[in-house]
Design a protein around this ligand. Structure first.
Ligand code: SAM
Length: 235
């Protein structure tokens, strides 16, 4: 069973270079726009938002600049150190989560109008417990907006094959060597921890079972699926 410790270790080690993915013409900039658009069409200025698994804070920073009252938190203290250094002058404060208390998060119930989470849910063991925690933190009718790997995209199908080859094939190291020779980096550690690779229907089934109604799913041709779910009021 995957533990949060292993995930934390992986992302602590990735923290130094993570923000290289953002900025001028970088490959993850589109993540920022996806979340901003989803929030702008649903929330009002100053509404409280949580960025769960904020990494080095690039998505959080852009959402703050758009006028939302956003807080970022992450399991990786190294990611949080980088985020706090980078966005200190913007008045943002990022919180490192303590693994021992997870999935409980250190916020009051019904504190947020929306929770965003960019490429985090695939790493969560006990996923349903996290969904329930998100529900606790959201206002009635609040939004949970997150991205996960799109299992229909060709790149995800290749990753799935590589995952099984790595885990069960005696010659898996040969693949690693072959990729290194072609100078393509293949990260088997990433595949080991990215465990929740569900179909769209399975994500929706789990959301529904934990008290969320699906509101929108992004176009399914990209490697990431954006899901907007609404907290089903318990009243
Ligand atoms: C792929 S990175 C994405 C970072 C950021 N959201 C972005 O899009 O740039 C995944 C992040 O989720 C964080 N994470 C993984 N499991 C977590 C958990 N249980 N609680 C909080 N953060 C978690 C990792 O530490 C890492 O920073």
């Amino acid at each position: 069973m995957l533990s949060e410790k292993k995930v934390q270790f992986f992302f602590d080690a990735s923290a130094t270079r993570w923000s290289d993915n953002y900025g001028h013409t970088r490959k993850m900039n589109y993540r920022v726009d996806q979340f901003l658009n989803a929030l702008k069409s649903r929330l009002r200025a100053n509404d409280a938002v949580l960025d769960f698994g904020c990494g080095t804070g690039e998505v959080t920073g852009s959402i703050a600049a758009a006028g939302f009252a956003i807080t970022g938190c992450d399991l990786s203290s190294e990611m949080i150190k980088k985020a706090n250094t980078k966005y200190q002058s913007a008045g943002l404060n990022f919180l490192a989560l303590q693994e021992d208390f997870l999935p409980r998060l250190p916020f009051l119930s019904k504190k947020f109008r929306a929770i965003i989470s960019s490429s985090v849910f695939e790493y969560l063991p006990a996923l349903d417990e996290y969904f329930l925690e998100m529900k606790r933190l959201l206002l009635d009718d609040g939004y949970l907006i997150f991205t996960v790997p799109n299992s229909k995209h060709p790149i995800r199908k290749i990753e799935k094959i590589l995952f099984y080859l790595n885990r069960y094939c005696f010659f898996s190291w040969l693949f690693e060597q072959a990729f290194q020779i072609t100078k393509r980096r293949i990260d088997f550690n990433y595949l080991e921890i990215s465990i929740n690779r569900f179909s769209t229907n399975e994500w929706l089934r789990r959301l529904a079972a934990n008290g969320f109604d699906m509101e929108e799913i992004s176009a399914t041709k990209t490697p990431l699926l954006l899901i907007v779910a609404k907290n089903r009021s318990t009243l």
